[in-house]
Ligand binder design. Structure first.
Ligand SMILES: [Zn+2]
Length: 350
């Protein structure tokens, strides 16, 4: 039984936690911000281990981009296709990763085809200049028919993920799913999304299921990277055995974050989303973490490992502990950056 004193202590802790940033802002010098940042970065490093060095580097160690694109210009790779990156910089062979999940991306950016008894659910569509060869061509190389693409899920409306969506919708009549805020981005910037803009179609909601045949992808709203960023959970099969996947849809901190307002709030949105996704990954028992960038999930390297797998475990299957550690890297790196802004705020309020 809790003593009266213990209750009071608990209450005080709760009040202190809720008072949070405001109280710290008032106290200012009472906090050792640099020590807090070091602790958060160390927690991210420990969570990353040897597996998630790309995510750790991008989020904790490298300089942040931190800008929000507000221009509406036609990208040069659209207005002048000859300026698109050379094929050898992005081409990668397609791969069958699980019984019903195929990689149809490139060296840097990923697209994934989830096959069902009723057609294909495609997740992300890379750039306009390589979606034709990597997705359409990749499916054909793997013996799949791109005409069977029934749904296209866009994790967020950046040109490295939405690039092929207009083509796939127009050519195959695929239904396109995206977060409301990212549909709004596409409508707001017609030049930026030239050749990439699908007609507004399915607006994703948190917890929505996209079902095709016997297969369902559950969508989770994870705003942060963009306001409409989506992540997913779904089940694949590895030589007949069900394996649960968590798909993390937006990673880098390229939202406004240079100043405490709105940076502290934006980082909180991002952190809350990663907590939400980590909870869904835990609830579904996800043992695989997938991303839309090879730098985060090592897809390109893992595809090469798969080729020589033999009777070994699937290199994508890391276990549920590692999946949780992935989201710890994201949260702790975001927290480290957020503390930096809290330090700036404390200085400004002195
Ligand atoms: Zn992005």
């Amino acid at each position: 039984m809790k003593s009266h004193l213990a209750r009071i202590v608990t209450m005080c802790v709760v009040i202190a936690v809720f008072a949070g940033a405001d109280m710290y802002a008032l106290q200012g010098s009472a906090r050792d911000f640099d020590a807090e940042i070091r602790t958060a970065v160390q927690a991210a490093k420990t969570a990353a281990g040897v597996e998630f060095l790309g995510t750790l580097s991008r989020l904790c160690l490298l300089p942040q981009s931190s800008t929000e694109d507000t221009g509406d210009n036609v990208p040069e790779f659209v207005s002048k296709p000859s300026s698109a990156p050379a094929r050898e910089t992005w081409y990668a062979d397609p791969a069958r990763v699980f019984d019903n999940l195929y990689f149809v991306g490139g060296k840097i950016h990923s697209a994934w085809a989830l096959t069902t008894s009723d057609g294909i659910i495609l997740i992300d569509t890379i750039f306009p200049y390589n979606s034709e060869e990597l997705i359409v061509g990749g499916l054909q190389k793997l013996g799949l028919d791109p005409k069977n693409i029934k749904y296209v899920l866009i994790s967020h409306a950046h040109s490295d993920h939405i690039g092929g969506a207009e083509m796939l919708q127009t050519r195959y009549g695929a239904r396109v799913v995206m977060g409301a805020a990212d549909w709004d981005l596409v409508a707001k910037y017609p030049n930026r999304y030239k050749t990439m803009a699908p007609k507004r179609d399915i607006v994703a909601r948190d917890g929505m299921k996209i079902t095709l045949g016997e297969t369902a992808v559950t969508i989770w709203a994870t705003p942060g990277h963009t306001p409409g960023t989506l992540s997913y959970t779904f089940t694949v099969f590895d030589r007949g055995r069900p394996v649960n996947v968590a798909y993390s849809g937006g990673t880098a901190f390229n939202f406004p974050n240079r100043t405490p307002d709105p940076g502290i709030r934006n980082f909180q949105t991002y952190i809350d989303s990663q907590r939400h996704m980590a909870a869904q990954a835990a609830a579904t028992g996800a043992t695989v973490i997938l991303s839309n960038h090879s730098e985060f999930d090592n897809a390109f390297n893992k595809n090469r490992m798969l080729a020589g797998r033999g009777n070994s475990p699937n290199p994508y299957e890391l276990g549920s502990n590692w999946v949780q550690r992935y989201f710890q890297v994201m949260q702790n790196c975001a927290r480290a950056a957020q503390i930096g802004l809290e330090r700036d705020l404390a200085k400004a309020n002195k």
